[in-house]
Design a protein around this ligand. Structure first.
Ligand SMILES: [Zn+2]
Length: 366
């Protein structure tokens, strides 16, 4: 259902008479209602075990190369199921003040852990934010599990400014991991200290395609008192030249990025810190947006707290297998010029019994 982008349990149920199921499952497909009910009572641990199994196989096959010299773990929260009408005991809520009065919106948020990677990010695990806690609390629970299950998978954690908290940083530092996060106002003393120091330091100039950067890189800041150790701050002032589509005029856009990191300069260069900081943003956006836009991650298969996490984990497993299959099993000549959607359609054709198309391409499902 997920890989062939059917989009819902009901759409899957429409395929229940398909001989594919008798062949693969040895029985007919259960109804949409049964599948939803089973997911609501499902223990997520076996799905997590399957994700870990796929990770270990890929690692053994040396299919998880480092990015900019390090294996980096990315953590990020994602919202789903936002509704004014439907809620469940696991829903988070927020109030919007409107002209017609206050309205309560219900929603869910899951923190997703993935390994940055080429040619695809490897999705590892997810944890739901529970009512009454914040995203970092959910991320902390997820991180403890990742540190025990995937201790050797990464050397660096790359996170959003939201995670710039001393206790969250220490969780990884104590386990010998480095951490890199966008520096935001939450750590005001460090940010003010850094802003005071940068004008006194010499910036290095870099050019990367149409982007020019002035980069400051200073180690040894002690102003993040609650962290209890020194930290390095990297600032990148970027100017990008773009051409306006309508008028054809060129325009310069500037942006400022500041990161705080425990990575020492002897281990990771200034340019690599900038690259990793940007890569997190790109990959996280790409990976999560892609999950939502193309793989129906936001679809409420069943509005129930256990089901939402179990469906997320299943989607992560399906995507890892699908992407690994495309990049490792299919010959580059077969892959060239075709999108993931094309291969999803081939798999659906196979599912529908129209497998002549797939066999004509020399493909069989994973
Ligand atoms: Zn809910």
């Amino acid at each position: 259902m997920m890989v062939t982008r059917l989009g819902s349990l009901n759409a899957l149920e429409q395929e229940k008479e398909n001989p594919f199921w008798r062949k693969r499952l040895g029985r007919r497909l259960p109804s949409a209602d049964t599948m939803g009910r089973v997911y609501s009572g499902m223990d997520p641990e076996p799905i997590r075990g399957n994700l870990r199994h796929v990770y270990l196989r890929l690692r053994r096959n040396k299919a998880i190369p480092p990015t900019s010299g390090v294996h980096a773990l990315v953590l990020d929260g994602h919202e789903s199921c936002a509704s004014y009408l439907r809620s469940c005991p696991g829903c988070l809520q927020r109030t919007f003040h409107t002209q017609e009065g206050d309205r309560t919106q219900y929603y869910h948020r899951n923190v997703v852990a993935m390994l940055l990677g080429d040619p695809f990010p490897l999705l590892l695990d997810t944890e739901e934010q529970r009512p009454g806690e914040d995203e970092v609390a959910a991320a902390t629970r997820l991180s403890r599990r990742i540190l025990s299950q995937y201790a050797r998978a990464f050397e660096l954690v790359v996170a959003d400014g939201l995670y710039l908290r001393a206790d969250f940083f220490r969780l990884f530092i104590e386990r010998g991991k480095d951490i890199l996060a966008v520096l935001k106002d939450e750590t005001r003393d460090l940010l003010e200290d850094a802003r005071g120091v940068f004008p006194l330091e010499k910036a290095s100039a870099e050019e990367d395609g149409r982007t020019r950067r002035l980069v400051w890189d200073v180690e040894g800041f002690e102003s993040w008192k609650s962290l209890g150790r020194e930290i390095r701050v990297v600032r990148s002032l970027e100017t990008r030249t773009c051409r306006r589509q309508q008028s054809g005029e060129t325009e310069e856009q500037t942006s400022e990025w500041i990161w705080a990191t425990t990575l020492p300069r002897t281990k990771v260069s200034t340019s690599a810190v900038v690259r990793l900081g940007h890569l997190r943003w790109r990959i996280e956006n790409r990976a999560l947006n892609e999950m939502v836009n193309y793989w129906s991650a936001d679809h409420v298969y069943r509005h129930h707290p256990a089901a939402i996490t179990a469906f997320w984990l299943t989607l992560m497993l399906a995507l890892n297998l699908f992407r690994a299959f495309l990049s490792l099993n299919i010959k580059p000549s077969h892959r060239a010029g075709h999108s993931q959607l094309y291969f999803a359609r081939l798999l659906f054709a196979d599912l529908s019994g129209e497998n002549s198309l797939a066999s004509a391409q020399g493909l069989s499902p994973p």
